[in-house]
Design a binder for this molecule. Structure first.
Ligand SMILES: *Cc1c(COP(=O)(O)O)cnc(C)c1O
Length: 362
């Protein structure tokens, strides 16, 4: 007897990057910030009281929303707090997509963040994929293609994962204006980029069909905390607010994430170190004759000059270094490498030069 819905039976779940218990492993596989969060965040966590825990948290994370609004010069009505950015993605699909095979689904690019299609499959809503060019640029008719397929939610990750390519605000604005549905710009990595898409929410532009996704997981070194948020026109926030779990973010996460945003300058210091290391790694990979895609993120997509990417992934793993290998068309000859600390990056480069056959001997 099968109890589950057909789409759940058929579901291929999301495969997360490995999370080894061994602390000596150099983890360059899930794009965490290699530096710790602000000490102020830890202070807030250890001073959470029994009385705070005894009670339910603020349902809509009031203080956090006020703080995020202040940081982005928006109003609290433009902010929704979620249990990681991933919950915002799920919520957007719930609110804007039809659970039917007849259209009303999500529009994505290929490749993109691999969770999108898994969340669509859980909701049983169709997925329309539009292939990116070899340099990972967006086709000009992206929104038109999504419109033809009847998509209700378009998902653009910017900077792009897994390439790190950054789209301009003008290009995103054009997509939002042409697209008949809601455009969610996933800015999970925007803290490491030259610009963000906040101008889309400016009073002047004020597009009513744009959601920006933000997370505390990457830039703020809080992947373990599970806190993210959405920024959008107040009407979209109200819609999503209706459909979220009543207490979707907990009291510890709300307090810690609020402290993290209040000490944003400390996080910013880590961003500039990561950006400098990213640029150094880019040059070092080029010197080793790897192809490297210009990245505005905290990871690099690289193609080894000889040997297989899968083989290099395995060899690095044997050396205690984890990177990400995607066994999918267009990516099977490449690796995605998170930018680590200077020491971690040096260890990676040294290991690559030691590994026979899989790398340049230039
Ligand atoms: C990390 C990430 C997210 C959100 O992650 P959370 O940890 O759930 O906040 C969203 N989109 C992309 C592309 C990501 O890499």
């Amino acid at each position: 007897m099968a109890y589950e819905r057909d789409n759940i039976r058929a579901l291929e779940p999301y495969t997360s990057g490995e999370q080894p218990d061994d602390a000596s492993v150099i983890k360059l596989n899930t794009n965490e910030n290699p530096y710790p969060p602000s000490p102020a965040v830890l202070d807030v966590i250890v001073t959470v009281t029994g009385e705070q825990l005894r009670r339910y948290p603020s349902p809509a994370a009031a203080s956090f929303r006020e703080t995020a609004a202040r940081v982005h010069s928006l109003s609290a009505d433009n902010v929704i707090a979620t249990n990681g950015g991933d919950e915002l993605l799920r919520l957007a699909i719930t609110c804007f997509c039809e659970p039917s095979r007849q259209g009303g689904g999500i529009g994505i690019t290929e490749p993109t963040y691999s969770l999108y299609k898994v969340l669509a499959a859980i909701h049983d809503t169709p997925v329309t994929r539009v292939a990116l060019a070899d340099d990972f640029s967006l086709p000009d008719d992206l929104a038109a293609q999504w419109n033809t397929a009847g998509c209700r939610l378009g998902l653009v990750v910017n900077p792009h994962a897994p390439s790190g390519a950054l789209r301009s605000v003008e290009q995103l604005e054009r997509i939002a204006r042409v697209f008949d549905g809601v455009l969610l710009v996933d800015e999970a990595y925007v803290d490491f980029a030259a610009h963000d898409a906040l101008p889309l929410l400016d009073a002047v532009v004020d597009l009513d069909n744009v959601i920006l996704l933000r997370t505390l997981s990457k830039g703020y070194s809080l992947a373990g905390l599970r806190m993210g948020y959405g920024l959008a026109h107040a009407a979209l926030i109200t819609t999503m607010d209706k459909a979220r779990d009543s207490y979707n973010t907990d009291v510890v996460a709300q307090a810690a994430a609020t402290a993290a945003l209040c000490h944003r300058d400390e996080a910013e210091n880590t961003w500039s170190v990561v950006i400098d290391e990213r640029d150094r790694l880019t040059r070092a990979f080029s010197d080793l004759l790897f192809d490297v895609w210009p990245s505005q993120s905290n990871f690099l997509l690289v193609r080894p000059p000889s040997g297989s990417a899968a083989g290099l992934y395995q060899s690095l793993k044997t050396c205690g270094i984890l990177v990400r290998y995607f066994d999918q068309p267009g990516l099977e000859d490449k690796l995605r490498v998170t930018v680590g600390t200077a020491d971690q990056n040096d260890a990676l480069l040294a290991a690559i030069q030691r590994i026979p056959g899989d790398s340049s001997r230039a």
